[in-house]
Design a protein around this ligand. Structure first.
Ligand code: PXG
Length: 438
């Protein structure tokens, strides 16, 4: 910490052990540029995680700052309820052009959590519009992270995010997660084993009947629970089953959207087209909060055809906020002008081999990668308990001027797309040293 210690008292930090952190605020960032943060003690710290999976084009990009400043001086805010301004129309068109063919209706939110809950409401409205109001059950997946609103935690698969709150959406069931160390440890890219786990959806359909199921929601790659890469063929199988039973398929692409796998969306990477995609994070390079849902034309049309006036009684004050839209346009310009999605594809093999060079280091039980995502999983420490090794490796890496994040005993990695090959090596060297030291 710097000499002038800020007062930490009043900010109730999200997802943080507040008292513990405030007693020893070791990780504290003062500024950032490109691939680096500057810590409170002046050290430059390499960002191995793009913040929280979101600063994909690197930090403090000048063109985004300029676009935001310009927008604030031109049109700071205008309502989008029964009124218009050019920015969200233009941005929606541009996002639709990046999305798989047929997905061209963009509903804006302020976050990934709101995007997920919006997609769930659209799914319910869609079935109701078609006279199937009894289709209201959602199928999520174990170990899923779909944000923190009530819809998202209900379909999510992380019990810790639920048990404090007692009240959930009714009528939710879950697919099994696909992570099995016995079968797929050290797979490079998509594991060969596990496509059959999609067939559990057939069992859930037998149990609940398709006539009660509105939608299946999955992250194509589960990010926040440790970068769980989908088995080859798994997503395609889900698509087939959903299509056969008139169940909507929602891909939550809050982490994978906007180039993380080297294609605009994971949908294109896997060549599987869902009925809706949720996005957030990288759409503005994390500069201004923005999220959304990209829905297929048939989903929109069904709802619109059944309506007399307002089609969807849903929206936020800041849906399509001009400043967020300006930030997104400037971000998409960077992705396009610097060919950053291609860059992800080009770097992916190097990323894969660098990460997998950690196989054989102490305690390493799995290494996973896809696009510019990765995870190194350690066996839990029998004495200190689950998560202790993950925390120790984060701490060790920070000492070596590299920022990584633990999820339990997995270290998750998602660097900005502008990472240089030498910086990939820096991350791996810091991990190696930190792992050897625990
Ligand atoms: N869906 C997915 C797949 C996510 O990863 C959300 C929805 C929610 O987005 P918002 O913008 O409401 O936070 C997320 C967010 C972590 C971590 O610890 C992950 C997320 C957010 C914060 C921390 O890995 N993912």
């Amino acid at each position: 910490m710097s000499a002038k210690k800020p007062d930490l008292e009043s900010f109730w930090m999200p997802f943080t052990a507040n008292r513990r952190y405030k007693a020893d605020p070791r990780i504290f960032f003062e500024s950032a540029a490109g691939m680096h943060y500057t810590a409170a003690d002046g050290r430059r710290i390499l960002d191995g995680t793009a913040g929280l999976w979101c600063v994909a084009a690197g930090h403090c990009r000048e063109s985004i700052a300029e676009a935001v400043a310009r927008q604030l001086r031109t049109l700071d805010f205008a309502p989008a309820f029964q009124a218009g301004h050019p920015l969200p129309f233009a941005l929606a068109g541009r996002i639709a052009a990046l999305a798989p063919e047929g997905l061209d209706q963009v509903f804006f939110t302020n976050s990934g959590s709101e995007a997920v809950d919006s997609a769930m409401k659209i799914a319910l409205a869609y079935h109701r519009a078609r006279g199937n109001g009894q289709k209201r059950r959602f199928i999520g997946r174990e170990r899923a992270y779909h944000g923190m609103n009530f819809g998202g935690i209900s379909v999510g698969g992380i019990v810790r995010n639920r048990r404090q709150f007692a009240l959930m959406l009714p009528d939710v069931d879950h697919l099994p997660h696909t992570h099995d160390l016995q079968k797929m440890a050290f797979s490079r890219g998509e594991p060969d084993w596990g496509a059959h786990l999609a067939d559990v959806l057939l069992r859930l359909i037998e149990t609940h009947d398709a006539s009660t199921i509105a939608a299946v929601i999955v992250e194509p790659v589960a990010g926040a629970t440790g970068v769980l890469v989908p088995p080859k063929g798994y997503l395609r199988r889900l698509r087939e089953i959903c299509s056969k039973h008139d169940i909507l398929l929602i891909f939550d692409e809050v982490v994978t959207g906007f180039g993380r796998l080297g294609s605009p969306f994971a949908a294109q990477y896997s060549a599987v087209v869902p009925d809706m995609i949720t996005f957030a994070k990288a759409v503005t390079n994390a500069t201004v909060p923005l999220g959304g849902v990209i829905a297929s034309r048939p989903v929109f049309d069904a709802i619109a055809d059944a309506a007399d006036g307002i089609e969807l009684f849903h929206g936020y004050t800041y849906s399509g906020h001009p400043v967020a839209c300006a930030a997104a346009q400037a971000t998409l310009d960077i992705y396009q002008n610097e060919r950053l999605f291609d860059r992800v594809r080009e770097l992916a093999p190097r990323w894969e081999s660098a990460l997998h060079s950690l196989a054989g280091e102490p305690h390493v039980v799995d290494i996973r990668n896809i696009g510019l995502l990765g995870a190194v999983e350690l066996a839990p420490d029998a004495k200190k308990g689950a998560g202790a090794r993950g925390m120790a490796v984060q701490s060790g890496c920070f000492t070596h001027n590299v920022f990584v994040r633990p999820v339990g005993d997995s270290i998750v990695l998602s660097p900005p797309y502008i990472i240089e090959p030498g910086q990939i090596d820096e991350i791996v060297a810091a991990l190696r040293a930190a792992i050897r030291a625990i």
